[in-house]
Write a new protein. Structure first.
Length: 191
């Protein structure tokens, strides 16, 4: 070789030596798992899988129960608001003057219907809440009217125009009210 390189035979031998010992000598011998150990490992894996599936099912069942209860409460709330309109109409009719020639038994019957509707609503946890004399709270009240007053602080509920109702401490219909305002200052234009 004129160019100073090693003969091909030597390169092959050098290459073999660079790779190190025969690769088949370094491989670990195959270890066969004992059948009992394999069965125990598989059992543990399946047991863990069953526990995860069982936990997922319990979570699913709880989530469905919560959703079902929310749907029931929402339906009850919607129906209650509609029934409350009828209760309001009964209260308006009963509060009006009684015309001549109409027996009191008619009004007693209307009042019985109103009380029956309120009893049904009460059985579902729906109750009116008192607001007259309280400070105005936009979560509980809808101010329809104002009136000047120096007897009570400003923003005090003076009169309830339509009752508010709660269902298990949740407002389902705000009360419509009249609130107080501070008396207006007399104009200083008098001479």
């Amino acid at each position: 070789m004129k160019d100073g390189s090693a003969p091909e035979d030597e390169l092959t031998e050098v290459g073999d030596e660079a790779n190190g010992p025969d690769a088949t000598e370094l491989e670990e011998p195959l270890v066969f798992e004992e059948p009992l150990d394999a069965a125990i490992r598989e059992r543990d894996e399946l047991k863990a899988l069953v526990q995860r599936v069982q936990a997922d099912f319990v979570n699913y069942r709880n989530r469905v129960a919560v959703e079902h209860e929310e749907i029931r409460r929402s339906s009850t709330r919607r129906l209650a608001v509609r029934v409350l309109d009828s209760v309001d109409q009964f209260e308006t009719a009963l509060g009006a003057g009684r015309p001549d020639g109409v027996e009191n038994s008619w009004f007693d019957g209307f009042d019985g219907i109103r009380r029956s509707l309120l009893q049904v609503l009460s059985s579902e946890g729906i109750e009116p809440y008192e607001t007259a004399g309280d400070l105005f709270d936009p979560r509980l009240h809808e101010a329809l009217l104002t009136a000047e007053s120096d007897e009570v602080p400003a923003s005090t509920v003076l009169m309830v125009l339509r009752k508010g109702y709660k269902m298990n401490d949740e407002v389902i219909r705000v009360a419509q009210v009249q609130i107080s305002t501070a008396p207006s200052e007399p104009s200083g234009e008098e001479e």
